[in-house]
Design a protein around this ligand. Structure first.
Ligand code: ZN
Length: 54
């Protein structure tokens, strides 16, 4: 699913899930994870990583 996330949350989610950035630029969004107005972007979040990235 697509979610608007701030950068710290995207990094945090990326540890356990597959997170791919969809937007091209940073903009002010309301983070779906921490519910704060922050700079972030639109990310495609999948339930699990397909493979471990290095
Ligand atoms: Zn956040």
């Amino acid at each position: 699913m697509k979610r608007e996330l701030c950068v710290p949350c995207a990094i945090e989610l990326g540890k356990t899930k597959e997170v791919t950035k969809v937007g091209y630029r940073r903009e002010k969004i309301t983070c779906a994870e921490c519910n704060r107005r922050r700079f972030g972007g639109l990310y495609e979040v999948k339930r699990q990583r397909k493979e471990q990235k290095q």
